[in-house]
Ligand binder design. Structure first.
Ligand code: ADP
Ligand code: MG
Length: 317
């Protein structure tokens, strides 16, 4: 039995989400009204997940809800912003109660964790497409941008790289993994950890930052381009999980870390004089290379030999 549009909104999207005092008017009118805290700037981002493009058709509803918000929170993290509000544009082929329940549960998990309220949205019929727009706060001059990297800055990442890529390969049956490893890498793909606290802690310390959605090489490439610099990476320094080390050759693991998307770790640069501040600000991170004046990205193996690889991130068109 299909559920009518307004019943979907009332049943799944109106009640359960965190309430915030800065939301003056939420779901139910033509637009939401909210108050930005005095002296703060608004950081706004939007990300769409399309079935068959951003996630396989087999992904469960709960993971879709979780990931749709995780990727948006990751954009807030990459800006050093504190997430606060979101809107949801949901296009689905039918209004299936079990699917909507699972989807909302996944979405709620992260919304509650980060106290993000759902201020409004749109519900339409069509191929499954989930768009979340998120807004958060940053102090003036506090935002982490892509354009500030300078020669001599260290290049760092959070977490481990390439797990989501191995997760996708596992789902597509290109590799067969032991069940625990399979669970780990598939959960890294379906339930990425947005590095929100890390992003905020890097305010005033990182000279540039980006979240890794399209693969390290492509996303670091955006920093390099925006900053007008180049970089060298030491491949043996790339943080790899035991799953990658155990199940892939070093070259394949590097390739996965460099060019597979969906990790949602942060890549950031820090000037030499801020390294002590960095140590105090973040418990876990890995230094992987250095910013250089000469443009381009050079990936070097332990012998200092250039590692050549083809693929540089997912391209939609
Ligand atoms: P309008 O006709 O003004 O576009 P809608 O009928 O689309 O309004 O939506 C009615 C209310 O429900 C609005 O406040 C809208 O923001 C909210 N809404 C619709 N879809 C969603 C959704 N998927 N998630 C959250 N709020 C929604
Ligand atoms: Mg509408």
């Amino acid at each position: 039995m299909p559920i009518a549009e307004f019943d979907v909104i009332a049943r799944y999207f109106t009640q359960a989400f965190p309430k915030r005092t800065d939301v003056i008017l939420g779901i139910g009118d033509d637009a939401a009204l909210c108050t930005v805290p005095a002296g703060m700037q608004l950081a706004i981002a939007v990300d769409t997940l399309v079935e068959g493009v951003h996630f396989p058709r087999t992904t469960c509803a709960q993971d879709m809800g979780y990931k749709a918000l995780a990727v948006n929170l990751s954009d807030m993290a990459a800006m050093g912003a504190t997430p606060a509000w979101m809107t949801l544009a949901l296009t689905c082929p039918q209004t299936d109660g079990a699917w909507l329940k699972g989807f909302t549960q996944g979405l709620l998990e992260l919304a509650k964790l980060y106290q993000v309220s759902l201020m409004g949205g749109d519900t339409t019929c069509g191929p499954l497409t989930i768009t979340i727009q998120i807004a958060g706060f940053v102090p003036p001059d506090g935002a982490l941008q892509r354009c500030g990297a300078q020669q001599g800055d260290g290049i760092y990442v959070t977490g481990t790289l390439g797990d989501a890529g191995l997760g996708l390969a596992s789902i597509q049956k290109q590799v067969i993994l032991p069940s625990q490893t399979q669970q780990f890498v598939e959960s890294r793909l379906n339930r990425p950890t947005p590095r929100v606290a890390e992003g905020q802690a890097l305010r005033g310390i990182a000279s540039s930052a980006i979240d890794i959605s399209d693969g390290l090489a492509a996303d670091l490439g955006h920093i390099l381009e925006a900053s007008g610099v180049g970089a060298s990476l030491q491949l043996e320094k790339l943080p790899l999980s035991r799953a990658l080390i155990k199940h892939l050759s070093p070259e394949k693991a590097w390739l996965m870390a460099l060019s597979a998307g969906d990790d949602y770790e942060l890549c950031f640069t820090v000037p030499h004089q801020k390294e002590v501040a960095l140590q105090k600000a973040l418990p876990n991170y890995t230094r992987i290379g250095i910013i250089e004046s000469s443009p381009g990205l050079r990936c070097l193996d332990a012998q200092g030999q250039l590692f050549r690889f083809e693929k540089t991130g997912y391209q939609h068109f």
